[in-house]
Write a protein that binds this ligand. Structure first.
Ligand code: V47
Ligand code: SF4
Length: 359
């Protein structure tokens, strides 16, 4: 029988936790003990630093050929509120972001049936020319795979052309839960979990750093979450290309998936973050994405093993279309205050976790 005491011993001895250990943590009600252990591990890795960046999200289009059941963002091309931004609108937003101190643009969107791969290459080139100081973090593994399909290129070739055009790193979206039975229920049209991992493996081989997410709080079990994290940990052992793990609390409004939930509980959010910190021993960073968690839980998460709060964001659609109650943007001052009040050191980072300034 795995007990919290034996897990604690293992963690203090630097031993890796098993999937059974992680399940035992999920079964435990001792949230504070789990959090304290996760905070200790985080302290060894990151000291008192809490990272954030100044960034701006741009979602080129909400038109998507997939119909993921949990998603309230995607539209069919003929829907009244379908949109596709023009090239100059997107470049304009990137330039505006630089004026507001941003160092990163986060670019992800739907799988549009008519936009070409060339359109996306041009978008990267134009942003690079007009806003050369911005790091472009763009396109989930799902989009990369789609570009390969529509251009009849291999994923390796797609990545090489994107990098040449200005791609700096990849965000962690599209992972959902990597377990196939869960994907069949929530996103049957999406690439498989194995394909998601393969695209990230190829991105790491191409020299890109990438992030990894986990969408939780829908039909998945604790065992599915732990399997998901085990698959990420395995790939990270092989490539070392992941920077940060980001659990995404599912926002349940306006999507086709109707479940008897008003969203994840604060307890589940904190436990999930803490377990991730303990289980993913080879991930340097753990992000509490305040957009989905809300500012308050994200702040409390800083005492549960979290060392990153994402960024200022500006104009978030994916969570807000699904009812997220958080604001669309946080100012630099507010992020700094949130972190300071928690007794930590706010550190502005760039996308690749280089420290820019601390406060
Ligand atoms: O892949 C979709 C998720 C992801 C909902 O890498 C939802 O730094 C909650 O991946 N409720 C896209 N989540 C967002 C994403 C992300 C966000 C911030 C930072 C980074 C990073 C990545 O959002 C999708 C999907 O898993 N999602 N619908 C929803 N209703
Ligand atoms: Fe499309 Fe992404 Fe929404 Fe799925 S989650 S429907 S792939 S936009």
């Amino acid at each position: 029988m795995t007990t919290l005491a034996t897990i604690k011993e293992k963690v203090h001895a630097g031993q890796r936790l098993s999937e059974d250990d992680a399940l035992a943590l999920y079964a435990s009600n001792d949230l504070l003990a789990i959090g304290e252990l996760a905070a200790w591990v985080n302290e060894q890795k990151n000291g008192a630093n809490v990272y954030f960046n100044v960034n701006r999200h741009i979602n080129p289009t909400n038109v998507c050929v997939n119909r993921c059941a949990f998603c309230a963002f995607s539209r069919t091309a003929d829907a009244d509120d379908a949109y596709t931004l023009a090239m100059d609108q997107m470049v304009g937003r990137a330039v505006e972001a630089v004026g507001q101190g941003a160092t990163e643009v986060h670019l992800v969107g739907g799988l549009h049936p008519d936009l070409t791969f060339e359109f996306y290459l041009e978008l990267l080139r134009d942003i690079r020319i007009s806003a050369p100081s911005l790091h472009i973090k763009a396109f989930t593994a799902v989009e990369i795979d789609y570009f390969a399909q529509i251009s009849q290129l291999t994923v390796e070739q797609v990545l090489a052309q994107l990098i040449e055009a200005g791609l700096g790193s990849m965000p962690g979206g599209g992972a959902e839960i990597l377990v196939e039975e869960v994907r069949q229920k929530i996103c049957p049209e999406k690439i498989s979990g194995q394909r998601w991992l393969e695209v990230h493996r190829l991105a790491h081989h191409a020299g890109l750093k990438t992030n990894a997410t986990m969408l939780y709080g829908h039909v998945e079990t604790a065992a599915d979450r732990v399997r998901h994290m085990a698959l990420l940990r395995e790939l990270q052992d092989q490539t070392g290309g992941f920077q940060v793990f980001i659990p995404l609390a599912w926002q349940p409004e306006n999507s086709p998936l109707k479940l008897d939930t008003k969203g994840t509980s604060g307890l589940d959010d904190l436990k999930t973050l803490a377990i991730a910190r303990l289980f993913l021993d080879n991930f340097p960073h753990l992000k509490a994405y305040w957009i989905m968690l809300g500012e308050k839980i994200a702040q409390v998460a800083l005492a549960f093993g979290v060392d990153d709060l994402d960024g200022t964001v500006v104009e978030e659609k994916i969570g807000h279309d699904a009812g997220a109650a958080s604001p669309q943007s946080l100012t630099l001052e507010r992020l700094i205050r949130l972190i300071k009040v928690a007794g930590k050191t706010p550190v502005e980072r760039d996308t690749l976790y280089n420290q820019l300034r601390s406060f």
